[in-house]
Design a protein around this ligand. Structure first.
Ligand SMILES: [Mg+2]
Length: 331
């Protein structure tokens, strides 16, 4: 069995293995994921699906997967899953445009009900297509990853409308550090909330273990080798903002004031935000994102750095005055 990302392993352990379908947004015993691709015209790309199943998602070799173009049910290709549960076929888009494939199992050989087919997007774009990269958790999704696992998370107010507007002049690429296991759940959520179609790029197990900043920096560098106009990046972490900025993009950080009364993490965050380049925009909501994107407004990091620094002073003063109980301690 391949190593599971720690967070998922903990979540499964905490929730009990029976919770796996709820956590991953799957029906039944199997998990089928299919990887979206951003392709250049005439470029041969790999279409990858992966079948895992059982508690702790063991790789499922030896099953045949069919790849079929949704629009006209053509381009049927098939491949058998390998030792990692992966089935891979190649396909070459000729001209820019979106092509959706349905990936589904040939029904033979399953002990339990076979997994539902999944959709895979090949977004074919010219090398100079303007691209906007958008993060999911705490950027489009109002809550963090833990709430995503068990709840039905809400989108951040105004984000749907702003991303739709951004998509008129840009291809939207959803780049998230969520592991690939969450592909079906993530794509279904984006669709349900009405966000514009775009490839959803999730981290592989290796990418997940690298940490969010390193994973995104590498993913952007790889995109930047093939696409010359990475224009806009929107995320919630200072490491997101740095990765976007380092790739020459308009970099927007959607800031959330951390909860809690401990001044230390706030002081650290103030320092990280203070270290960002002047041209990074640090905003508090999607209306401000809209002002940056469509009205030429600027939100340099200093405003939020100062807000954090003031909060640190306030918390430290409160603690010194003696009315700051230890977090979680009851009188
Ligand atoms: Mg995020």
């Amino acid at each position: 069995m391949k190593r599971l990302p720690v967070l998922l392993a903990f979540s499964l352990a905490a929730a009990g293995c029976g919770a796996q379908p709820q956590l991953l947004g799957t029906e039944g015993k199997y998990l089928l994921t299919a990887r979206d691709v951003l392709a250049l015209p005439g470029e041969e790309v790999s279409l990858v699906a992966r079948l895992q199943g059982g508690d702790f998602l063991q790789d499922q070799p030896g099953y045949v997967m069919r790849f079929e173009r949704l629009e006209d049910r053509s381009a049927v290709r098939a491949a058998q899953t390998d030792e990692e549960g992966k089935a891979v076929v190649t396909w070459t888009p000729d001209v820019p445009g979106d092509t959706e494939f349905e990936v589904g199992p040939a029904p033979a050989g399953f002990e339990d009900a076979p997994p539902e087919p999944q959709t895979l997007l090949v977004a074919c774009r010219a090398a100079d297509e303007p691209i906007a990269v958008v993060d999911l958790d705490k950027t489009l999704v109002a809550s963090g990853f833990q709430a995503v696992l068990l709840g039905d998370p809400k989108p951040m107010p105004h984000s749907t409308r702003m991303v739709e507007q951004l998509s008129r002049e840009h291809t939207i690429v959803y780049l998230t550090h969520r592991p690939e296991y969450f592909g079906p759940k993530s794509k279904a959520w984006l669709r349900r909330q009405g966000y514009p179609r775009g490839p959803v790029l999730l981290s592989t197990a290796t990418g997940f273990l690298k940490g969010s900043g390193a994973y995104k920096t590498q993913a952007l560098a790889e995109l930047g080798e093939r696409f010359t106009h990475l224009r806009v990046g929107i995320g919630d972490k200072p490491s997101d903002a740095m990765a976007y900025h380092d790739n020459g993009m308009t970099s927007i950080l959607v800031f959330h004031m951390p909860a809690g009364e401990d001044p230390e993490p706030l002081a650290k965050l103030a320092e990280e935000i203070g270290n960002l380049a002047e041209t990074v925009h640090v905003v508090t909501d999607w209306q401000e994102v809209g002002k940056v994107l469509f009205e030429g407004a600027s939100f340099p990091p200093e405003r939020i750095r100062k807000r954090l620094a003031d909060k640190v002073v306030e918390l430290e003063a409160r603690a010194a005055a003696g009315d700051g109980e230890e977090p979680g301690e009851q009188p």
